[in-house]
Design a protein around this ligand. Structure first.
Ligand SMILES: [Zn+2]
Length: 267
């Protein structure tokens, strides 16, 4: 039998979590052995999105833009709030709402990458932001950026480790990488394991933990890595946590206990 290797660190020691989901005992990252890239639908940002969330991606503009500003605030802090001459590249930029927020916040050069032709065109025409329409795995460039972002993107690649390395190579020295990722160090995985397993997306190759992703990025060469909860769901923890939301948020912030996390790393 061929040993099952972790796609991140290539170690063969793992613990089975579900049929095809394993926890690597060496790097602490969960990997999905039945991962498959789902076919991309041209109407993802309209009909399919509406089907999933009850409104189109475009209808969601205000909420996405507001969330983008909060993410930019954290990134700006690491740049000493000085965006003069700074460039930003957003991987999987969708209709470009984050890119627009980055441009409005003062980034001087903002570019996006988006596999959907429709979304890329939308961003170019509506916001005059340059978007390349190609998969990041096939994307080739010699350009370097001050900031690279990827919101819920990295977990979708067949070889996430190589893609993290690619991001690192595309950053200037002192450059910043910011992303959001699914984390198993959260209430869904710990308190509702069956639901977590049942709903685990087939096209997610990995789920990280704050500790696991910090180690991974430092192994690649990043010098400073910080993780933040990307959402608070006390109701997923227990009814007591829902009653004491403030305490739950404090605890969640202090140990980064959340089903999704934001990671900021400095090269
Ligand atoms: Zn591993």
């Amino acid at each position: 039998m061929i040993p099952l290797l972790c796609p991140i660190c290539k170690d063969s020691r793992s613990k089975q979590i579900a049929n095809d989901i394993f926890l690597c005992k060496s790097c602490n990252i969960l990997f999905n052995n039945a991962y498959q890239q789902l076919p991309y639908f041209a109407d993802y940002f309209s009909a399919e999105y509406k089907n999933q969330y009850g409104k189109t991606y475009e209808d969601d503009h205000d909420a996405i833009y507001a969330a983008s500003l909060l993410r930019i605030k954290k990134i700006k802090k690491l740049l000493n709030n000085n965006l003069a001459g700074k460039s930003l590249f957003d991987i999987g930029c969708a209709l470009g709402f984050f890119c627009k927020a980055a441009k409005d916040s003062g980034f001087q050069l903002v570019e996006g990458l988006e596999i959907s032709e429709y979304a890329a065109q939308y961003c170019k025409e509506k916001f005059s932001i340059s978007v390349t329409s190609v998969d990041f795995e096939k994307f080739l460039t010699a350009k370097k950026y001050d900031v690279i972002t990827a919101w819920y993107v990295m977990e979708h690649f067949a070889n996430p480790f190589a893609m993290f390395q690619k991001v690192y190579s595309m950053l200037h020295n002192d450059g910043i990488f910011a992303c959001t990722l699914p984390s198993y160090f959260g209430p869904l995985f710990y308190c509702h394991r069956d639901i977590w397993i049942k709903n685990h997306p087939a096209d997610h190759r990995i789920d990280v933990s704050p500790r696991g992703i910090t180690r991974l990025l430092k192994n690649i060469g990043f010098v400073k890595v910080k993780c933040y909860p990307s959402g608070y769901h006390p109701e997923r923890f227990c009814s007591l946590a829902s009653k004491h939301k403030k305490i739950y948020i404090k605890l969640s912030d202090s140990i980064c206990f959340s089903d999704t996390i934001m990671v900021i790393a400095k090269k």
